[in-house]
Design a protein around this ligand. Structure first.
Ligand SMILES: [Fe+2]
Length: 258
């Protein structure tokens, strides 16, 4: 047995869909209830679907009984405020696990590289069922900002950079890729993030929206990249020393961010 995966993600592990006309919808995300939640950078989250329908961002496996990132329960107070966001999360017809809007404050490229992490969407997922992937719908127009993906956390040669204009839609196997966003700002970025179960529904949705498996990666100044690598290692070492002084063994980043 093995997990059911998406044909469209087979080649590269990510896919960019046609842009959605974001300007046609109201800015529903501004009226949602947000809670502080530790992720990549300075973030808050507005959950739309959670473990039990509460305003809660925790992984479904951190509840009793634990389960994988599937069968999210819609939060009625949030759904009322964001019918378009809910419609869009449900549009593929794939099972939805966690669904939330992320608010990310501006950061630097070096911050983003330090924030690279893998998600843990498939903890407790049962072999033979669909692999959980993530959809990112950019809500604000962050055309100069980049979603950064790396197959190897420490190797910039594996880096893919995807621009984030309003309406951009990207689906990624976030457990496979190290990922983070460089938000240039000056305003925060808002994005709808949905955990979807891979299967024929998701495949059909990707196909109907012209999923591109080889989108262009944005070029960056090699010096900026090299400086960020040095900064990455400097920060990791600094953090290791702080933890060591407290007698704590450093956790792997995959455990820190979800
Ligand atoms: Fe993530």
């Amino acid at each position: 047995m093995s997990f059911i995966t998406s044909q469209a993600l087979e080649a590269t592990g990510y896919v960019v869909l046609d842009d959605y006309d974001q300007s046609a919808d109201p800015a529903e995300w501004l009226g949602l209830e947000y809670v502080g939640w530790r992720s990549s950078g300075i973030t808050r989250f507005a959950p739309l679907a959670s473990y039990a329908g509460d305003i809660d961002c925790n992984g479904f496996w951190n509840h009793t009984p634990p389960r994988t990132d599937k069968d999210g329960v819609w939060i009625s107070s949030q759904v009322e405020k964001a019918p378009n966001l809910v419609r869009r999360a449900q549009e593929p017809g794939a099972n939805v696990g966690r669904c939330r809007v992320i608010e990310l404050q501006p950061n630097t490229y070096a911050d983003a590289i330090y924030n690279l992490h893998q998600d843990d969407n498939n903890r407790l997922n049962e072999d033979g069922t669909g692999w959980v992937v993530r959809g990112w719908f950019n809500l604000t127009d962050d055309s100069d900002s980049l979603l950064i993906l790396r197959e190897d956390r420490f190797d910039p040669a594996t880096e893919i950079r995807l621009a984030l204009p309003a309406g951009s839609r990207i689906i990624v196997d976030t457990q496979r890729f190290w990922h983070a966003v460089w938000q240039q700002g000056p305003e925060p970025r808002y994005s709808l993030i949905t955990s979807w179960t891979s299967g024929p529904e998701l495949d059909a949705y990707i196909s109907a929206n012209n999923g591109e498996q080889h989108p262009p990666s944005v070029e960056l100044d090699p010096q900026l990249v090299a400086d960020a690598q040095l900064e990455l290692h400097r920060r990791i070492e600094e953090r290791r020393r702080i933890f060591e002084a407290q007698g704590i063994v450093m956790e792997p980043p995959a455990e820190l961010y979800n």
